[in-house]
Design a protein around this ligand. Structure first.
Ligand SMILES: O=C[C@H](O)COP(=O)(O)O
Length: 248
């Protein structure tokens, strides 16, 4: 089985010189510079990151890809084929911040998933419920609906990241029981949705930090972490990557 995967999502943070310095320090750290670690910078820095990571073990990840597959008049969009062209390996699809600020619907996400797969990249489909949805007991229905875009997608070619919206950037982590239950449910729902007996890989995201990573990553059904804030600092990201490596 592949090791536990850790992807650092920088979101809309960083500048060229500071990011190059950060990446150099991370690559010098063997806890980070190893297989099954990825970094997802803002789009303008993707090609630069691909150069900085050359010869390392770390994968280039994109935070988004266009819903449009072919080149054309789509101002501001970056296609999955372009991402593949610069050496990208993973693409986040449907991060809750994209759903919230860009109104990404299941229909749009289906197109994005198809384009990412067609380009030979691995989509990381992000799913997660809001606090209201959880408090109203609708979280399971919400996640199941979000997962429905995986119908017809080979589970060996994609990853799901479960990120409860209320735990993102808030310091509030879902309890280990909540995480374990949702990951087990996601795996079993995907078996039905994808009509397969191959179990999908699932990552947890939402305030993963150096001090909680080991407990979260020890959960059997958690195959890795999608890390926001803590991926912008060497020691915290290194501790998370080390916890993942230890638990393979
Ligand atoms: O993509 C990463 C997630 O949104 C988690 O962000 P966070 O670790 O800052 O809570």
């Amino acid at each position: 089985m592949a090791g536990k995967l850790v992807i650092g999502n920088w979101k809309m943070n960083g500048r060229r010189v500071a990011s190059e310095t950060l990446v150099a320090a991370m690559l010098a750290d063997p806890r980070i510079n190893r297989p099954n670690v990825g970094m997802a910078p803002p789009a303008p820095y993707l090609a630069l990151l691909a150069g900085w990571l050359e010869g390392s073990h770390v994968a280039v990840c994109a935070q988004d890809a266009s819903r449009f597959a072919k080149d054309g008049a789509f101002t501001g969009d970056v296609s999955a084929a372009m991402l593949a062209d610069i050496g990208c390996q993973y693409v986040l699809v449907g991060h809750s911040e994209r759903r919230q600020y860009h109104g990404e619907s299941n229909e749009v996400l289906r197109a994005k998933l198809a384009n990412v797969l067609e380009a030979g990249l691995v989509p990381v489909l992000c799913v997660g419920e809001t606090l209201t949805e959880r408090e109203e007991g609708r979280h399971r229905d919400v996640i199941r609906h979000q997962l429905s875009v995986l119908e017809g997608v080979d589970p060996r070619r994609c990853v799901v990241a479960y990120e409860p919206v209320w735990a993102i950037g808030t310091g509030k982590v879902a309890s280990l029981e909540q995480i374990a239950q949702m990951h087990a449910d996601i795996k079993s729902w995907c078996l039905q949705i994808q009509k397969t007996d191959v179990t999908i890989r699932t990552l947890y995201g939402g305030s993963v930090k150096a001090d909680n990573a080991e407990a979260i990553l020890s959960i059997d059904d958690v195959d890795g972490a999608l890390v926001g804030g803590a991926s912008l600092e060497v020691e915290s990201f290194a501790m998370i990557c080390m916890a993942a490596d230890k638990l393979v």
